[in-house]
Design a protein around this ligand. Structure first.
Ligand SMILES: *Cc1c(COP(=O)(O)O)cnc(C)c1O
Length: 368
């Protein structure tokens, strides 16, 4: 037998789910060395110093790659609880990126056709994960100022009775914080699980961590991706073991590989380095906001993340600015076609002071 266009398509049409064939998967910018400056995906622009890489090489040499990872992950849990002020009576569940945890939550909570809601636009994977797991996604539109519309949220909670509500705090791609009283209201009216996604917590003072032991219907998601370890692919969920022990049943066995664990433990022992990077980014954010604010025809949405959402309000469209930056080898995220609320918007990750200044000079030039 041979593969030809006709027979393979027939098998696929009979087999792959209809909705999956029509789905556009998670979009990732192809990155080649054509770009000098990459400010599109909220990565930390700083590398760890050489001595950490040397320590990593040493511990990797002691890893038994012929064996499955050790199921006892208490050492890593302990180290993380210590650094991130996680209450003692609270459990941790690890994911291959917090993306995987989003999947596990929906898979363990939703029957086919159950509802998942989130203010919208927000993190795109909330929606993709809902759809691939046979649940129904309702994005509750933000207000024109990109703040959460609480009236619409409560109406949707009442109408759809969602099993899961995702709240990214701060939100991606807007950078906005949802007020504590709004979160409390949502917790009060939700009959399902409220997932507080704190992917950007390092860049804001706001966190629900110290409250989590007192909330019966919430878990918190955190990730190492935005604070310098995007390549490791590890995130974690924090919550009562009463929730986590069920969600854990859906987790693929050994989802965190031995190398990731060993490397992360080594880096946790030198966490002050990551803290230094975070303070540099916070300083750079302040400066970047100040410089962008001086440019003509640009509106900045207030941001508590390591990125800034900007809207072009003059004659030039964000599509034009995006391509002009691209031709200068600067990559940012163009959101203008992703949602009507984000017309003329670009999302710019905070880079090093040097990268930010090159970006600002380029924008000045493009906008004048
Ligand atoms: C980036 C991001 C994630 C995904 O993080 P990974 O750990 O890299 O999978 C989750 N939630 C939000 C809101 C994000 O912006």
């Amino acid at each position: 037998m041979n593969i030809n266009e006709k027979n393979i398509n027939e098998y696929i049409e009979n087999t792959i789910r209809n909705d999956i064939r029509l789905l556009t998967g998670y979009q990732i910018n192809q990155f080649d060395n054509n770009y000098n400056i990459k400010l599109d995906s909220m990565e930390c622009p700083y590398k760890l110093p050489k001595f950490v890489y040397e320590k990593i090489s040493n511990v990797i040499q002691q890893t038994n790659l012929n064996r499955y990872p050790n199921p006892d992950i208490s050492g890593l849990k302990y180290a993380i609880k210590d650094i991130f002020f996680i209450p003692d009576d609270i459990d941790i569940l690890f994911g291959n990126g917090s993306d995987e945890l989003i999947n596990l939550i929906i898979q363990s909570c939703c029957n086919p056709g159950d509802y998942v809601i989130s203010p919208w636009p927000s993190f795109v994977y909330f929606k993709i994960s809902t759809c691939i797991n046979h649940a129904k996604f309702i994005g509750v539109p933000l207000k024109d100022n990109l703040q959460v519309d609480m009236t619409a949220m409560l109406e949707s909670i009442y109408r759809y009775k969602p099993k899961v509500i995702f709240l990214a705090i701060p939100n991606n791609p807007t950078g906005c914080l949802l007020s504590r009283s709004s979160v409390e209201t949502i917790l009060k009216y939700s009959k399902g699980l409220v997932v507080i996604d704190e992917a950007y917590q390092a860049f804001t003072k706001n966190t629900w961590m110290e409250k989590i032991s007192k909330i019966p219907n919430a878990v918190i998601l955190r990730t190492f991706s935005k604070i310098g370890l995007a390549g490791l692919r590890i995130g974690y969920m924090v919550g009562s073991n009463k929730w986590l022990r069920h969600i854990d049943k859906v987790r693929p066995p050994y989802n965190i590989n031995s190398l990731t664990r060993t490397v992360l433990i080594t880096i946790l022992k030198n966490w002050f380095l990551i803290d230094k990077h975070i303070s540099s980014i916070l300083k750079a954010r302040k400066l970047l906001i100040k410089s962008l604010d001086k440019l003509p025809g640009i509106y900045l949405f207030p941001s508590e993340g390591n990125f800034i959402l900007v809207r072009f309000t003059g004659k030039l469209s964000s599509n034009f600015v995006y391509s002009s930056l691209k031709s200068r080898k600067i990559l940012v995220k163009n959101l203008s076609d992703s949602d009507p609320l984000l017309y003329n918007c670009l999302r710019i990750s905070v880079g090093t002071p040097k990268e930010n200044s090159i970006l600002v000079t380029a924008l000045k030039d493009i906008l004048s």
